[in-house]
Design a protein around this ligand. Structure first.
Ligand SMILES: Cc1cc2nc3c(=O)[nH]c(=O)nc-3n(C[C@H](O)[C@H](O)[C@H](O)COP(=O)(O)O)c2cc1C
Length: 209
């Protein structure tokens, strides 16, 4: 068992030094402009002996941010910060992919840059509260339902974030599609009350899209 765990393995296009994969964990340590800092570099460098690191969730847009101080993966400042992270991990022989996490309705405007919005398939507020640096625990925002014509641009945010990730030197991306975040909100009847092409039966949504 031990011998297998520490043996190299191919994972798609990636050659991993061993079979230890680090799960994504939000750390809320990004700096100005939601860009990774030296603290993030050190954190990932320390863990680079894993065969593969999946980073903490990183928002593909200002709207996609839900929690305080999470890093983005869309601006050039963020790309520069992440580049230091990927260089550090690669220098230690590790591999690293970034997790793209659009929180959708799970968030507070207090955690976002001014002007950014909490958006979701439908205006269904999540139950519970979320931490903010300004006011401590607050209720989740009531999200604004995305208009039909806005949805291609949100999909485009994932595409842009992937391009940014490649510029930042990542070995790939992981799309966060569970845990009640935006893709899961589209796939749940509790949070998706739409009657357009992005609503209705999840079965048809999966087949037709
Ligand atoms: C503090 C913390 C932050 C987390 N952040 C993320 C995240 O950003 N993305 C994600 O997919 N999962 C996140 N998770 C979930 C973990 O990756 C992991 O799947 C979860 O803890 C279950 O793993 P376990 O069964 O080994 O405990 C987080 C978990 C914790 C405890």
């Amino acid at each position: 068992m031990t011998a297998i765990l520490f043996e190299p393995v191919s994972l798609g296009a990636l050659e991993l030094a061993n079979r230890v994969v680090m799960a994504p964990m939000t750390r809320s340590r990004a700096g100005n402009g939601d860009a990774p800092t030296d603290l993030n570099v050190e954190y990932y460098r320390q863990r680079a002996s894993a065969g593969l690191i999946v980073t903490e969730g990183a928002q593909p847009s200002a709207n996609g941010k839900g929690y305080c101080r999470t890093p983005g993966i869309y601006s050039e400042e963020q790309v520069a910060g992440w580049r230091k992270v990927t260089d550090a991990v690669h220098a230690e022989g590790g591999r690293i992919v970034v997790q793209i996490m659009h929180c959708g309705r799970v968030g507070s405007h207090l955690n976002k840059t001014p002007g950014a919005e909490t958006v979701a398939p439908s205006a269904v507020r999540a139950r519970g509260q979320i931490y903010t640096d300004q006011q401590g625990m607050v209720d989740f925002d009531e999200p604004r339902a995305l208009r039909l014509e806005e949805i291609p641009a949100v999909i485009g945010e994932y595409r842009n974030a992937t391009a940014a990730a490649l510029r930042a030197g990542f070995d790939g991306v992981e799309l966060h599609c569970t845990s009640g975040y935006l893709p899961a909100q589209f796939l749940s009847t509790g949070t998706n009350r739409r009657d357009d092409a992005y609503g209705g039966s999840a079965f048809w949504l999966l087949v037709l899209r």
